[in-house]
Design a protein around this ligand. Structure first.
Ligand SMILES: NC(=O)c1ccc[n+]([C@@H]2O[C@H](COP(=O)([O-])OP(=O)(O)OC[C@H]3O[C@@H](n4cnc5c(N)ncnc54)[C@H](OP(=O)(O)O)[C@@H]3O)[C@@H](O)[C@H]2O)c1
Length: 292
């Protein structure tokens, strides 16, 4: 049987680029950027997609900065809600499978318990609200779609918190990071593997795609520096100063405090344990800083 024809959107983004690299070797994958398909122009989406053959559409694209969403709510609505709704309509019309990415920020962050897929979403900001509206819109039109919620992504295709921390620690001893906000750092590469596995199943509906464990921005930074020292990177920072989220007065969007998601459903679907984020982080940093 020939492999499914996959179309990946948002291929200039961190996850989109990873997904493109993962599926491109199959020879039947196309990757589009915002120039090829603009989610903020939902009325043009059906025509764009009808001109291109695909069996699976993977959408990691969207307006992903909470602060930009907060000041540009209409752009956020189009990119995170109306655009995905139009993708779902197009997939439904042609019988294609849709994998749409969402976020842990759909949750209020007011509970320390693990958030499960069926827990009530009560977003704290416009980013989370428009992503939640997008989830509902996608599933209403396409009940067989997979809505994959991810959190705190890191990996080789886009600099994120651990890369920034190590870079800064090369220059200064004095580093601080928020200690009272928790979630799960999640490897972009692991997400791509899970998606590959899930495409072999008929998984649908909302699913949490995250590594195991829990972290704050502070413990994530400390872990990155510990690995950096182990690799031999000459970081100057010996310990990261813990601060409170409330001290980051420059943030425009309120942030939910605790959004650690349960990945039990994912583990059951794939039939294997999902590794801890710290193991995935070590693999990533070792590979990134491997002498060549
Ligand atoms: N990164 C995280 O920690 C995190 C956490 C939770 C959930 N998520 C979710 O995971 C998914 C992937 O995140 P990511 O970090 O890979 O995002 P990213 O690096 O910000 O990439 C998003 C991509 O979407 C594209 N895009 C933005 N507006 C668009 C539009 N109107 N039309 C078409 N494309 C548009 C961007 O294009 P340009 O390159 O042209 O700007 C970018 O390439 C997103 O759905 C995000 O909400 C991410």
């Amino acid at each position: 049987m020939s492999p499914p024809r996959i179309l990946v959107l948002g291929s200039n983004g961190g996850l989109g680029r990873c997904l493109e690299r993962k599926f491109a070797p199959s020879g039947s994958t196309t990757a589009w950027t915002r120039t090829d398909l603009d989610l903020e122009q939902p009325e043009a989406i059906a025509a764009k997609l009808s001109a291109h053959p695909f069996d699976v559409l993977i959408n990691p694209a969207g307006l992903t900065s909470p602060d930009v969403c907060e000041v540009e709510p209409e752009k956020a609505r189009l990119a995170n809600d109306e655009g995905p709704r139009a993708l779902a309509e197009a997939c439904h019309a042609r019988g294609a499978r849709l994998v749409h990415f969402s976020t842990d920020y759909v949750f209020s962050g007011k509970s320390h318990d693990l958030w499960r897929e069926h827990d009530e979403a009560r977003p704290a900001n416009i980013y989370g609200r428009t992503k939640r509206d997008g989830e509902l819109a996608v599933l209403k039109v396409c009940p067989d779609a997979l809505v994959a919620r991810v959190s705190w992504l890191f990996g080789p295709t886009k600099a994120s918190h651990p890369d920034t921390v190590i870079q800064r620690a090369l220059e200064t001893e004095d580093l601080s990071a928020v200690a009272d906000k928790t979630s799960i750092p999640t490897s972009n590469l692991d997400v791509c593997e899970w998606i590959e596995g899930l495409l072999q199943t008929s998984a649908s509906g909302v699913l949490h795609l995250c590594n195991s464990g829990v972290a704050s921005w502070h413990s994530w930074a400390e872990a990155a520096l510990k690995i950096a020292r182990k690799i031999g990177i000459p970081v100057k920072t010996t310990s990261v100063r813990p601060i409170q989220l409330a001290e980051l007065t420059q943030l425009k969007a309120p942030r939910p405090l605790h959004t650690v998601m349960s990945n039990e459903k994912l583990q059951n679907l794939l039939g294997r344990e999902i590794r801890n984020w710290s193991v995935a982080l070590e693999d990533y940093l070792m590979e990134k800083h491997r002498p060549r």
